[in-house]
Design a binder for this molecule. Structure first.
Ligand SMILES: N[C@@H](CCC(=O)N[C@@H](CS)C(=O)NCC(=O)O)C(=O)O
Length: 192
């Protein structure tokens, strides 16, 4: 049994929740209060951050991007990475460059001057990409979409960003929301 040390509000945890749900993995969830973090979380992850997953006792694994890859290898069905190595590379690059979206998102959260324009510019770049390909990683839904969708949902539903001006992003998000694993995250964000 896998244990997930989780926080509902955390978008990095959302990545892991979505992968687990897509793969139908039974999971034991331990909620960590981020405003009053328990001392033991540092034994699981020296940074004190979530998510962390653990199989049985010992060898806790932090870092959402690493956890997603671990889960993909441990539970290969259904696959969330494409078969071709070049296509996998494109997915991994998209995840590695998650700051293309997260940097302007957090700048808006911090209320920085000019940040709304930066977020709009980032959304415009994603809109252009999604005008050329169906999903963030290429032709198929998978880890690139899962890695970034938590911030798109939070931008729309928590920051009130209007996606009408980004029709390809809005269409991609609507397609993703048809998936139960993503719909569950929409509910979690609504309850924050
Ligand atoms: N690079 C980490 C980032 C995880 C992260 O920043 N988690 C936040 C919650 S969203 C956290 O635990 N913050 C607690 C803190 O920094 O004190 C990952 O991808 O898992």
């Amino acid at each position: 049994m896998i244990t997930l040390y989780d926080a509902p509000r955390c978008p990095y945890c959302a990545r892991v929740r979505i992968v687990l749900a897509e793969k139908g993995v039974e999971v034991d969830v331990v909620e960590v209060d981020l405003s009053d973090r328990p001392a033991w979380i540092y034994e699981k992850n020296p940074t004190g951050r979530v998510p962390v997953v653990e199989e049985g006792e010992g060898r806790p694994l932090p870092e959402s991007a690493v956890i997603m890859e671990f889960l993909e290898e441990r539970y290969p069905d259904p696959p969330l990475l494409p078969a071709d190595p070049a296509d996998r590379g494109a997915v991994r690059l998209r995840i590695f460059r998650d700051h293309d979206l997260t940097d302007p998102y957090y700048a808006v959260r911090r209320g920085e001057t000019g940040s709304a324009e930066q977020l709009d510019a980032a959304l415009a770049r994603f809109d252009s990409l999604l005008g050329e390909q169906a999903y963030l990683g290429g032709a198929e839904y998978g880890l690139a979409d899962i890695a970034l969708v938590p911030w798109f949902l939070r931008a729309r539903d928590m920051l009130g960003v209007d996606l009408d001006g980004f029709p390809a992003v809005a269409d991609w998000l609507a397609r993703l929301e048809e998936r139960p694993a993503i719909a569950a995250e929409v509910g979690i964000v609504a309850a924050l």
